[in-house]
Write a new protein. Sequence first.
Length: 91
Amino acid sequence: MLTAIPEVDLGMDTRLKNIEETEKAKRQITEERKDRRRKADKADDEEHLAASRFYRPNLKAKRTRVSAADRAKQMATDELVMERFKKRMRK
């Protein structure tokens, strides 16, 4: 049985040509990937701008209302806790 695959010498010109073609293909692939990323980034930016303007116009107003309500709840619970503490201390 064969233990190894025999190599055929193609010559230096063929080797250099293969190396050049491989490098060109690598360069082309990396450039295509960069172009895809740039296009994807631009599309994401545009979608974000459109979403923030048209799909969620009252986003800031809703957040301020919620935060004000949360503050009121927190103050109410703080007052209840303080009252319980005072009652415990009296006993």
